[in-house]
Design a binder for this molecule. Structure first.
Ligand SMILES: C[S@@+](CC[C@H](N)C(=O)[O-])C[C@H]1O[C@@H](n2cnc3c(N)ncnc32)[C@H](O)[C@@H]1O
Length: 235
């Protein structure tokens, strides 16, 4: 699978691409990641990519001509991929949308900065707009890393058998994994549940199912309480 990252700060990805599972995926040829500096498509004397917002207000807005030229040129480098625009106003990233993203052979990840993009970029390019959560990052680079990290786990052969993504949390909506333990069997007076030490695989599987169900239910209840708190605070 190929990722094209379109950014004003390509160096942010240096160590991210050179470590751990992602590096292995790249070295094995299962993942390809290319970085493109949006600024290279600026035709102005000082390679300007942003300008003041019409109507006033703080900060700078990324210009439409530079970004659209950049995206169109990058698309032409290979069979066209799915364009993803990272924006707080987009569809919230979930494991289900990650699964959909993983069906593409090529993703272009368009990272904003400053006050974000001129809205005509969205209208012209009709990207899939994705938000990684209801909070504001300084730029789209960390959200793009989140997309790469989550999608790469679903590419066949990238995780070893010992790290199957099948049982991870959110492999079903709302479901979270059972608690995990390793050595030592006792840490500061806290012991590992006895069932995990006895080696009865059926008993362990039943315990894990039960723990996952409890944790998932508790978490769902917690989100319901949070939503109820938010709506009562609004009234
Ligand atoms: C400082 S933010 C701009 C925020 C914008 N003024 C607003 O209020 O929505 C700069 C860039 O970071 C990225 N970004 C910030 N938060 C994000 C989030 N939650 N999800 C996806 N991208 C985000 C976007 O690419 C955005 O254009």
């Amino acid at each position: 699978m190929r990722f094209d990252i379109l950014t004003l700060f390509p160096e942010i990805f240096d160590s991210f691409l050179g470590e751990s599972l992602l590096k292995k995926g790249i070295d094995s040829g299962k993942i390809e990641v290319l970085r493109w500096n949006i600024r290279d498509w600026s035709t102005s004397k000082h390679h300007k990519v942003d300008d003041r917002p019409y109507g006033g207000g703080p900060g700078m807005v990324i210009k439409p001509d530079v970004v659209v030229d950049c995206v169109e040129a990058v698309q032409r480098q290979a069979p066209p991929g799915k364009l993803v625009l990272l924006t707080p106003a987009g569809q919230r990233l979930t494991q289900q949308s990650v699964e959909q993203l993983a069906t593409y052979d090529r993703l272009l990840l368009l990272c904003g900065r400053y006050e974000g993009f001129d809205d005509r970029i969205r209208l012209e390019l009709e990207p899939w707009e994705i938000s990684v959560g209801d909070f504001i990052c300084n730029g789209g680079e960390v959200p793009a890393m989140m997309i790469i990290e989550t999608v790469m786990r679903l590419i066949p052969g990238v995780l070893g058998d010992e790290m199957s993504a099948r049982e991870d949390s959110f492999s079903e909506p709302g479901w979270v994994e059972y608690p995990q333990y390793t050595r030592p069997p006792e840490f500061r007076g806290r012991t590992v549940p006895g069932v995990l030490l006895r080696g009865n695989h059926q008993e362990i599987a039943a315990w894990r199912r039960d723990q996952a169900r409890r944790r998932s239910t508790d978490r769902q209840q917690q989100s319901r309480n949070e939503s109820a708190g938010e709506s009562s605070a609004e009234t």
